[in-house]
Ligand binder design. Structure first.
Ligand code: ATP
Length: 238
């Protein structure tokens, strides 16, 4: 089943067209990576999918339902959740209080204590740091809180904006392992926006290369990873 369908979406900032008729779709339980250089329009695209920016034209459907101009809250209610690049944690609140915010979007009415146990099992360091203020955590730990909070919301579709940015490779791997595990075990559908093309293609069932607001290549993660032209530009010579 197609879980998320983005159809000819265009978004502008005044005269600047940042997303120019982008279409892609994601099957239930798949991970789709959107890769491309800085400024290609990836963040704008995710924000428009989430309803945080109003598109000029095009549409987004979730589980077959066209969302039109539905606001962010409605998209969250229907099972979409965005972890933004800046993570948007409350720095002067504890780790645990930040995680609790995910329960407001939890669609299954699960018990917070159970959810917390689950997240602390995924990221044991957060259990150790649960009483610490989020603003005093390392970047990697903050990203774990942001992702933990999202997983507590039990979304159908998780949108991740550059989760690897500024983080050590080991932490990035740990975070990606958790995401891929959720995909496998819970059928979570994921859209991953990444400048780190190597990482994004390794995890991807399908991937789309975006340049100046348009999709210029698409294929399986493997196909794009083996694409000569793409690998010269985005994967370096290694
Ligand atoms: P990055 O990895 O740097 O976030 P990106 O691929 O996510 O890049 P966007 O941030 O979506 O790209 O930016 C796409 C284009 O829109 C760029 O030309 C950018 O300068 C422009 N842009 C982004 N945000 C705004 C804004 N708030 N106002 C005006 N122009 C913007």
């Amino acid at each position: 089943m197609t879980m998320l369908k983005v159809d000819a979406l265009s978004v502008s900032y005044g005269q600047v067209c940042a997303v120019n008729g982008i279409s892609f779709s994601v099957k239930e339980g798949d991970l789709v990576s959107l890769i491309g250089a800085n400024g290609a329009g990836k963040t704008t695209l995710l924000k428009a999918v989430m309803g945080a920016l109003v598109a000029d034209s095009g549409d987004v459907s979730l589980a077959g339902v066209a969302l039109g101009r539905a606001p962010v809250e409605e998209r969250v209610r229907r099972g979409m959740y965005l972890v933004p690049e800046k993570r948007s944690l409350f720095n002067s609140m504890t780790v645990q209080d930040n995680l609790e915010l995910g329960t407001y979007a939890n669609r299954k009415g699960l018990h917070f204590a159970e959810e917390l146990k689950r997240i602390y099992k995924l990221f044991p360091i957060l259990d150790e740091r649960k009483a610490q203020l989020a603003g005093t955590l390392s970047g990697g730990q903050q990203q774990m809180v942001a992702i933990g909070r999202a997983l507590i919301a039990r979304p159908k579709v998780l949108l991740l904006d550059e989760p690897s940015i500024g983080l050590a490779p080991l932490v990035v791997q740990q975070i990606m392992d958790v995401i891929v595990e959720h995909k496998r075990q819970e059928g979570l559908t994921v859209v991953l926006v990444e400048q780190n093309a190597r990482l994004a293609l390794r995890a991807a069932d399908r991937a789309y290369l975006i340049e100046i607001g348009k999709v210029i290549k698409e294929g399986t993660g493997n196909e794009l990873a083996n694409d000569q032209q793409l690998s010269e530009i985005y994967l370096g010579s290694g």
